[in-house]
Write a protein that binds this ligand. Structure first.
Ligand SMILES: Cc1cc2nc3c(=O)[nH]c(=O)nc-3n(C[C@H](O)[C@H](O)[C@H](O)COP(=O)(O)O)c2cc1C
Length: 325
């Protein structure tokens, strides 16, 4: 019986990993299972060579997948035993995970597990509904538990500066043909059968501008794509938050990914979604400015807005057969 449930835990963990967020939905991971252990590997063929040359966003994405695996394993009644970057000679092997001692999943872990497939990235303004301070405090705590720091940006001036940096980064990237082509490569036209990239149903055709304006990535290359959901009333920026780590090592990128997903699942369990604006972190000068001026010297890993939205979005994932080694 225990052997059977350990197998269920392994299956559930790999299934959950697929639903992690990843930059442009590249899903840059593969998994293998042997002797009751899952190996999570980076699929560097899926790295963004222009936007993410160092592989930072790739490792954040894989860290988010690792958090999903840990959560699913707990929901199945096992405390996961995790080793990150276990072999310096195999840098693509990011983590191994096996079911450890049996535990009774509590309500809070079940709540996180219930959001793994439901959570979606938002790409517009939020409804004019406040995010409770108590929830933000809990999200800050969730990030700390994973070795990262989530800082809500409360000063309107700092929010305007981050919006302006996002606009600058978006402008610089739009003028860089190699960069634009890489983003467009991952944007999908309506009705596409591809199971990776950002589907046209994943963003609104006409999102109202927030004030200050946080521009979205242009996945459409000026096509009239996007979902028809009525977004005109949703103009709130929400709560802007920065996710940072003390250093900028590969281990810290994985930690940032785990923290990100812990924050996102907890927020989703309370009806709060996230929009991401990581453009400025892909330009060294702007990232350095943010680090020195707004992150107290810590390394910014994600820029997000948190808020309430009532529209449905869609996303896609590759089938298990494509991500298993
Ligand atoms: C490291 C990282 C950076 C991201 N940056 C952005 C971004 O700048 N703009 C955006 O719209 N989404 C961004 N995303 C969200 C992904 O596009 C999203 O997770 C993916 O398309 C899958 O969709 P889903 O989250 O709705 O399942 C980012 C995700 C990760 C993990």
């Amino acid at each position: 019986m225990a052997v059977l449930s350990a197998k269920n835990a392994l299956d559930a963990a790999v299934e959950a990993a697929r639903w992690a967020p990843s930059t442009h939905n590249t899903q840059p991971w593969t998994f293998s299972v042997s002797r009751e252990e899952i190996s999570l590997r980076a699929d560097t063929d899926r790295k963004l060579r222009i936007g993410d040359a160092a592989g930072r966003e790739l490792l954040i994405s894989c860290g988010a997948a690792l958090f999903n695996m840990r959560t699913a394993m707990r929901c199945e009644g096992f405390e996961p035993e995790v080793r990150t970057l276990p072999d310096p000679d195999r840098p693509s092997l990011l983590a191994t995970l096996r079911p450890g001692t049996e535990v009774q999943p509590d309500e809070s872990i079940r709540a996180l597990g219930g959001e793994i497939e439901r959570r979606r990235t938002h790409r517009a303004g939020f409804a004019d509904v406040p995010v409770p301070d108590r929830l933000i405090e809990r999200l800050v705590h969730a990030a700390t538990e994973e070795g990262a720091k989530l800082t809500p940006v409360r000063s309107p001036e700092a929010v305007r500066i981050i919006a302006a940096l996002t606009q600058a980064a978006q402008g610089v990237q739009a003028q860089d043909q190699r960069f634009s082509l890489e983003v467009i490569r991952w944007g999908r036209p309506p009705g596409s059968s591809r199971k990776d990239g950002v589907p046209a149903e994943g963003y609104p055709r006409q999102a109202a501008r927030t004030d200050p304006d946080f521009p979205q990535r242009d996945y459409t290359w000026q096509h009239d794509w996007g979902s028809q959901a009525d977004q005109r009333a949703a103009t709130s920026v929400g709560v802007v938050a920065l996710l940072t780590t003390p250093g900028d090592s590969r281990q810290e990128w994985i930690d940032a990914g785990q923290a990100l997903q812990h924050v996102l699942l907890h927020a989703a369990a309370y009806g709060v979604s996230a929009a991401f604006h990581t453009q400025a972190l892909e330009i060294g000068l702007l990232r350095e400015f943010l680090r020195g001026e707004l992150c107290s010297g810590e390394y910014p890993q994600m820029i997000m807005r948190l808020g309430v939205t009532f529209d449905d979005k869609d996303s896609v994932r590759r089938p298990l057969s494509e991500v298993m080694d």
